[in-house]
Design a protein around this ligand. Sequence first.
Ligand code: 0A1
Ligand code: ZN
Length: 849
Amino acid sequence: MRDAAPKTIHLTDYTPFGYLVDEVHLTFDLDPSTTRVRSRVRFRPDPAATDRRFFLHGEQLRLIRAAIDGTEIDPEITDEGLTCAVPDAPFTWEAEVEIDPAANTALEGLYLSNGMFCTQCEAEGFRKITFYPDRPDVMATFTVRINSDLPVLLSNGNPVQSGPGFAEWHDPWPKPSYLFALVAGDLVAHRDRFTTLSGREVDLAVWVRPGDEHKCAFAMDSLKKAMKWDEEVYGREYDLDVFNIVAVDDFNMGAMENKGLNIFNSSAVLASPDTATDANFERIEAIIAHEYFHNWTGNRITCRDWFQLCLKEGLTVFRDAQFTADQRGAAVKRISDVIDLRARQFPEDDGPLAHPVRPESYQEINNFYTATVYEKGAEVIGMLKRLVGDRKYYEALDLYFARHDGQACTIEDWLKVFEDVTGRDLTQFKRWYTQAGTPRLKVEENWQDGTYTLTFTQSIKPSAATPDPQPQVIPIAVGLLGPNGDEIRPTEILEMTEARQSFAFAGLAARPVPSILRDFSAPVVLDRDTTNAERAFLLAHDTDPFNRWEAGRMLARETLIDMITRDAAPGADYLDGIRAVVRDDGLDPAYRALMLALPTQSELTGTLHDRGITPDPDAIWRAHETLKLALAQHLQDLLPRLHAEAQVDAPYSPDAEQAGKRALGAAALGLTSRVDGGAMAAEQYARADNMTLQLAALSCLLTAGKGEAELAAFYDQWRHDRLVIDKWFMLQVAHASPDRAVEIARRLTEHPDFNWKNPNRFRALFGALAMNHAGFHRADGAGYALLADWLIRLDPVNPQTAARMCSAFQTWRRYDANRQALIAAQLDRIAAQPDLSRDVTEMISRIRT
Ligand code: 0A1
Ligand code: ZN
């Protein structure tokens, strides 16, 4: 329901709760539409707090009874919670409420998915389960009894006892309510064990719906790898006797780190070679690790308030990226992360949704689970590690865990451990947390008397969130190459702190070629006037794998921009340079596959916009198509060999080595389809014995305007598998030509399998539409109107997922006046809906400004 006037919450208004909670006892009598929840909570006044108002959050609850120290009371209840008078001494709060899980389509609090009860409490879902101080700085131990005839009854912590119709769980580690979880259903377990560093035996289980048992082994393997890795790299050991993972089909996000009971979107757990692609396997490995790593960075040490979300998320993303780099190769992981950062975080930081990594205000916290908080938050930690060095980084982390275990912390606490360990003053570094916007780094060069000087100027575009940006500390990793391509200066970190700053390299025999921002050492936009010849030189010689890839990427970008703006022919520097790299069998196939990809169409709109050119989605699409054809022709003699690399002799494994070969094979197939009319793709489709090969082939056929028979066969083959059918929806829209994408999407919304209340299905279709750049931005606005229709429909059912999809409109100011007017009309139409959720109201009003 729309609030009369949406309230804005400010970081500066933080006040501690006036009471400490010692323990929480919960009893659930589960029933689909009338679940009873009884709570017994021990409170005592917090001597350190001054504000003694007793307010318990609570939403959509029917209060049956409340008592303090056994005496029934009649509290004052609003839409947001309750207040009542309480003793100025320790007391016991008791309440009984009734809730309706079956009616909970928002998937927040306790809800039903395919007959299974499950919970999602982050960020503020616990208040839909019972009255409680639902804020992360209130930590308590929980004991939970579940009464239900369902066969599997799970909650946080360790099992205490169970019998027919009930189970009891106790979590000895104090936790905030957002980490509470309960699951009840007809589930089967894939089990294993892990012995921790100090000898604790942990029972592990992945719980799934009957029929999915054969898709759990990879998730279990990933969990054990993550547990071992966290012991070896961070010295972090698991702290309960059991670790449970549950797969659920209806889930708004990827997964949730509830203490001892992680709940996952089934797309982030279930995998078998015939139904999941290599990319799916890699994502599962990373998300399993991410949630597991939260046990220390998030659960044992949590956030004081939701403004500090990056404290747990930035650090945990950084840790899961380190893990993936160790499992699968650092260069490929780094490049993939930067591609993703540029695709999702840079546009956010450059548009109306820009906010600091630690935001200062919000209306709906669910709108701040963003690429900025997560991915830029992780980049900030990467910079800190570069600046202090590896040894000091791990010393600081040891101190963080020792000092703050069991606490709810802030970014100030986090930075202080680094200050204490290194003696550095991190006041200026903190701006990375408090200022929005991607810094631009302009580079000038000077060569004189054997001294080469680099001068950098940094700037951040002022935004509503940061109207007066100040210079940040930027670690710039630089190496120098000599004229013959040898490295004459290895990588060093230049620490930039001023708005404009020079760094000199003396004693050089000849003018060097600089390799700047190696390994993408800071999340900035590098702005350097250079020639394509120099980019080609770096593409051939750079010893830093990231910058070598980046040189190819910049060559591709410049040739595309020339094609778009001057109708130029595809550039020879690019075509020849890429040819030399991809034919080099000494290079990792996965790396070569990345070399064959072009900057995305959406990324190009950012570059054009930065250069004062209004992007034309159709012209960008045409340039993309033309360059892919030119590349295919230029590499035609090599493509069969590159494609053959995908034919692995060994049995299928999702490991990095095989996956890299298949990625190169898929890239080669994509190009081949542009010159052979899809013949090779049809052949691959017919022979494919795993989903990676099958899906790659089908994508190529659809892009070539073929594949109708295969698409129908694919549906028939997989109609029983919801995760594969998500792919079927996604594929058709993603690979449609721009003139057909909206029509195909519209037609698919009428398909009987378009269960739009399921977030995965909704995202498969509309996420693909938003990603089909020229299709979504069709000049008549049909793409905008279709998305708006469905956001309006979804909002009352699932505001969180509707709000996240609104970001498809965030770059609207980049486009021509006609498209801007069409988008504005749709934004206004959404905003005018009666009873619009707080989630969507906030997103639309921020985007519209
Ligand atoms: N903390 C989880 C992500 C998550 C966040 C919010 C959710 O519901 C609003 C659900 C999950 C993570 O980082 O994995
Ligand atoms: Zn997380």
